[in-house]
Design a protein around this ligand. Structure first.
Ligand SMILES: [Cu+2]
Length: 464
């Protein structure tokens, strides 16, 4: 071997070393700059599965590296548009809050690189997963926290199919109040006796923020009194509708990472809870529902047949969770007669408007001027008038002519003639009133005097 050959040889060796370095390098992080609902990510490599659709979210692409699915999550400050005209400074992953959905198949070996671009340390806990203890992501207990600027690697086999969540277990209350969370779906390998194949499979997280009107950063010391109730860090009218074809089998997976429970309610259909973050619910243990309560730290998977055409409300049944931020420490004004008083006040405050003497619907209709960057308390315009909603509210749109695989919004439902509530124009006789005393099974020994009380919501309350 002459010197020249020797040189060529070492150059070849160097080239091999370089390619091994490249192989061991981090997968390039994929970032998202849109709040639109991304189309399902059909897997290009690995075992096939029916992908989910993340409401106003997306699925993180992976790199296949010698049979291991490699993902790269970047924890970083982001600006999330929660609804048109309402942006909030959050912490999230890969450009958005929540982070991207991770989709794998039962039995997949998964390697997740987590780069910390936050101003403080973090970890990721893989809620609900079977994994080695050292991969569980509990800062201080199972690992040291990921310092600022560093990248840690998590690696485990996705052992059981289901819907899981991920979030920090380091400065947890603050990092979650800032929006750090995401969904993880492990699809079954082949057919599964307790998991039906569906035509459409949606998922989203319930989350909550405390953002003062006119500001742009959540208050992180809030424990319970949040004022922005969101699905995937979006509020009505910023939450996309769930658009399906009549006759579709539909699945919706909902994870709750807020600090209170949410009774999630669907109009026009019955569903069954077919899975939790603990796994599929045995068929013999399922029953029909139209509302399912999702407690803190729980996931509920619901399945139903979308066989009624229309625009069906789909929302949290806590009515203050379908409202935007409001000052709720003012007294109830229903029944208070302001006539005369308004003119006197307007001499002092020319823009003064009366709110609430006939209920709060005026708020939805009049859209009182708001501070900049504030989600209205009640808003939205439907085909028949103001919608008067906010927060955790959207629609399930069922159409016979929605194409398979088409997730686009078909517009408003055109009701067939004669199928809508209508005004009665006939006589309105006074109804007969029932006059008997109540509680007659055990009548009071002595008649009590009539007392009138004003019932008011207490001010400065901490809970919801
Ligand atoms: Cu709720």
């Amino acid at each position: 071997m002459n010197r020249r050959n020797l040189l060529t040889g070492s150059a070849a060796l160097a080239a091999t070393a370089v390619s091994q370095v490249a192989l061991a390098a981090l997968p390039e992080p994929v970032l998202m700059d849109s709040t639109a609902t991304a189309p399902p990510l059909v897997p290009a490599t690995g075992r096939p599965y029916n992908p989910v659709v993340t409401l106003n979210g997306w699925t993180l692409p992976w790199r296949m590296n010698q049979g291991i699915k490699e993902f790269h999550l970047v924890a970083e400050p982001v600006v999330r548009e929660m609804a048109p005209g309402f942006k909030v400074n959050m912490w999230g992953y890969n450009g958005q809050s929540p982070g991207p959905t991770i989709e794998v198949v039962e039995g997949d070996r998964v390697r997740i690189f987590v780069t910390n671009k936050l101003p403080e340390h973090t970890t990721i806990h893989w809620h609900g997963q079977r994994l080695p203890n050292g991969m569980d992501g509990v800062g201080g207990v199972t690992q040291r926290q990921i310092p600022v600027g560093k990248t840690f690697v998590y690696e485990f086999v996705a052992r059981r199919p289901g819907t899981f969540m991920y979030h920090p277990h380091a400065d947890e209350a603050i990092q979650m109040a800032m929006g750090m969370m995401g969904l993880w779906v492990t699809h079954p390998k082949g057919t599964h006796p307790q998991i039906d194949t569906v035509d459409r499979d949606f998922c989203f997280l319930l989350n909550a923020f405390d953002v003062d009107p006119g500001t742009q950063t959540p208050k992180i010391m809030t424990m319970l009194d949040f004022n922005i109730w969101s699905w995937n860090s979006r509020v009505f009218p910023g939450i996309d509708t769930l658009n399906v074809r009549k006759g579709d089998k539909v699945r919706i997976r909902v994870g709750n990472l807020t600090m209170t429970n949410h009774p999630i309610h669907l109009h026009g259909h019955e569903f069954q809870v077919t899975g939790t973050d603990g796994g599929p619910v045995p068929r013999s243990a399922r029953w029909p529902e139209v509302t399912t309560d999702i407690a803190v730290g729980q996931m509920r998977q619901i399945d139903f047949l979308a066989d009624e055409e229309g625009d069906w409300a789909f929302h949290c049944h806590k009515s203050h969770h379908t409202m935007g931020a409001m000052g709720h420490s003012f007294p109830t004004m229903i029944g208070v007669d302001h006539r005369g008083l308004v003119k006197k006040i307007q001499k002092l405050v020319p823009d003064y408007m009366v709110m609430g003497e006939r209920g709060m619907a005026d708020m939805g209709e009049m859209e009182m001027p708001l501070p900049d960057n504030t989600a209205p308390m009640m808003t939205g315009a439907g085909p028949h008038g103001p919608v008067e909603m906010g927060g955790m509210f959207t629609l399930l749109k069922v159409r016979r002519d929605q194409k398979p695989g088409d997730y686009s919004d078909p517009g408003w439902y055109k009701q067939p003639p004669g199928t809508q509530a209508f005004e009665w124009t006939g006589e309105l006789p006074n109804p007969a009133r029932f006059k008997a005393e109540g509680g007659s099974a055990m009548p009071l020994a002595k008649k009590l005097p009539n007392i009138e009380v004003d019932a008011r919501k207490p001010t400065g309350h901490a809970g919801h």
